[in-house]
Design a protein around this ligand. Structure first.
Ligand SMILES: [Zn+2]
Ligand SMILES: [Zn+2]
Length: 271
């Protein structure tokens, strides 16, 4: 008598292979994002002091020596401050563009790997695409990650949503997206005029409305998690971000999260 097929013992892919991410903190005082597929453990940027980084990693159950890489997006201090100290103290390999290296802000690094923008590379099974972005650094990039059929975009420090960026980040399942400022708060806020002009320029940072406009071009149906990041302390407020983005999601804010400067964001798994 024919037997019915045996039930699949694990109809859901094991959690260990899933793409996941966490934030150590995000904002102008420091940025760092953890990304993992359960095999590779990668830090994107490290804008905190060594001691602070160790403390923030411990909060997410990670020891610095577990890290396979620190990937650097650009040489601004809120992304680079802790990279050199972390690499020298714990031997973590650093991946960066020649532009970041030529800024001369990194110091000696024991294990250095070059990134060529738009050229895919892998760390263990984790697939990484470095994407050029408009920002006032020497060779600024942001990253798209892929593992187990899922995609994560990490996209901050963006002057404006260029077509290149919109194409590269289309079809992500989760996105860490800069929502830097509200134009009215920036205009009336405490920054000196030259800094206001820099932030608002095409080589500065993304306003809430620009983030919203970009989101509509990225395939909203597929995006299960949007993490609003790099919020300005003086020129933005979380409620303004949510007010701007929620209407795009039919009024459902449950897909939105904010990565805070102090507390970052706990591990999120992309299902
Ligand atoms: Zn930044
Ligand atoms: Zn920057």
């Amino acid at each position: 008598m024919p037997q019915p097929p045996a039930a699949d013992p694990s109809p859901v892919a094991p959690l260990s292979g899933r793409l996941r991410f966490a934030s150590l903190g995000s904002g102008s005082k420091g940025n760092a994002t953890l990304v993992s597929d359960g095999e590779a453990w990668v830090l994107v940027d490290c804008g905190f002091s060594l001691r602070d980084t160790e403390r923030r990693l411990a909060r997410l159950d990670i020891h610095p020596r577990q890290l396979d890489a620190v990937l650097v997006t650009h040489e601004h201090g809120d992304h680079l401050r802790g990279v050199g100290p972390l690499a020298r103290r714990h031997g973590v390999p650093v991946y960066l563009t020649p532009g970041v290296w030529l800024s001369g802000r990194l110091g000696e690094v024991p294990k250095l790997h070059w990134i060529t923008p738009q050229s895919r590379f892998t760390i263990k099974g984790l697939v990484i695409d470095p994407i050029t972005v408009p920002h006032d650094a020497r060779e600024p990039i942001q990253f798209r990650f892929e593992a187990a059929g899922r995609r994560l975009g990490v996209l901050t420090d963006l002057g404006y949503p260029s077509d290149h960026v919109a194409e590269a980040f289309y079809g992500c399942d989760a996105l860490i997206l800069e929502c830097n400022h509200d134009p009215h708060l920036l205009h009336t806020g405490p920054y000196p005029p030259i800094l206001k002009r820099r932030v608002a320029s095409k080589w500065g940072h993304l306003a809430n409305g620009q983030a919203a406009a970009l989101l509509t071009r990225l395939g909203l149906d597929r995006l299960q998690r949007i993490v609003c990041s790099h919020l300005s302390e003086h020129n933005n407020r979380p409620e303004l971000v949510l007010e701007t983005l929620t209407p795009l999601l039919d009024g459902d804010a449950s897909r939105l999260t904010i990565a805070a400067q102090d507390h970052g964001l706990q591990w999120q798994t992309i299902v």
